[in-house]
Design a protein around this ligand. Structure first.
Ligand code: AMP
Length: 280
């Protein structure tokens, strides 16, 4: 497993593989890796001859007052985890490589996919994500990009960006990997206090209740959402940022839930922002 911060080195290696008609699967991460990331890596390993992983905490996708500076960073542990997987190359650039002096391009996402949910509260987040991912795809030149359903809005937007810009990269969206108690795995879980960690599974528990209400015949989104909210609000330390029922493909709000709809939320616990969703 090669580790490098040098973009031309990554591009040359990837091009060599592609010239030999071999495929390259790519997983882009902000590091502090966990099983959720590793499942993407494994899926990429099954479907491609080579796997490239990037680890880079992208300042562009953090807003003022967000956790860029205290986002968990654990490069040595990350590399040790990747060493055990089928990974040929790890790209670990710093800001110097990604945004050198004179860098002046921003990808602006204008799709309706980037209107509600997280975008309402993190106005420049998806422009930052799209910019870095377009850049990473330019460096890595992968055949396929692996994304997690955990960040459903991000995955939908990136798929649209790749399509719009004719980048010719196939996107593969992988299911959410959860802790034993249902909490969606996230690098930010490391920032929860012991108490917060005990409380956090309520998010998925409540989403599951929402889904079972639909299974029992309730289709009115406001009713389902209000039941979910009630369960979460029993935990006083949880502050819901948003809780929405949306169409699973367009991500637009819906008033009636049907198969394929998505219930999605963001909430703060201990000032740590967690997101989760469930597809009906
Ligand atoms: P991040 O490092 O948080 O930017 O995540 C990198 C990729 O891993 C994104 O495509 C995420 O959606 C995906 N990912 C993160 N957590 C999970 C999880 N619990 N289950 C599945 N995919 C995940």
């Amino acid at each position: 497993m090669k580790v490098t911060a040098d973009p031309p080195l990554v591009r040359n290696q990837s091009r060599k593989w592609l010239q030999n008609t071999q495929t390259v699967g790519f997983v882009s991460t902000v590091g502090a890796l966990h099983e959720g990331h590793l499942e993407l890596v494994r899926q990429a390993g099954k479907e491609n001859d080579h796997v490239v992983v990037s680890i880079y905490v992208n300042p562009l996708q953090f807003g003022p007052g967000e956790d860029y500076h205290n986002y968990p960073r654990a490069l040595a542990e990350d590399l040790a985890m990747l060493e055990k997987e089928k990974v040929g190359l790890v790209f670990t650039p710093s800001n110097k490589e990604m945004y050198p002096q004179g860098f002046s391009t921003l990808v602006k996402v204008q799709t309706a996919l980037a209107r509600g949910l997280c975008a309402s509260f993190r106005p420049h987040h998806f422009d930052g994500v799209a910019t870095v991912v377009v850049k990473l795809l330019g460096v890595v030149c992968p055949t396929r990009l692996y994304l997690g359903q955990k960040d459903a809005q991000q995955a939908a937007i990136l798929r649209q960006v790749i399509l719009d810009l004719d980048m010719g990269v196939e996107t593969v969206i992988c299911p959410i990997v959860r802790e034993y108690d249902g909490l969606a795995m996230s690098s930010r879980n490391k920032r929860l206090t012991l108490e917060g960690r005990k409380t956090a599974p309520v998010l998925y528990k409540a989403l599951k209740v929402g889904k079972s209400l639909f299974d029992l015949g309730e289709v009115e989104a406001p009713k389902v959402l209000s039941e979910i909210k009630k369960i979460i609000q029993e935990e006083k330390s949880v502050k819901i940022q948003y809780l929405e029922a949306v169409d699973g493909l367009t991500l637009q709000p819906i008033s009636r839930i049907k198969k394929g709809s998505m219930l999605a939320l963001a909430a703060f616990i201990d000032d740590v922002r967690l997101i989760d969703n469930i597809v009906i």
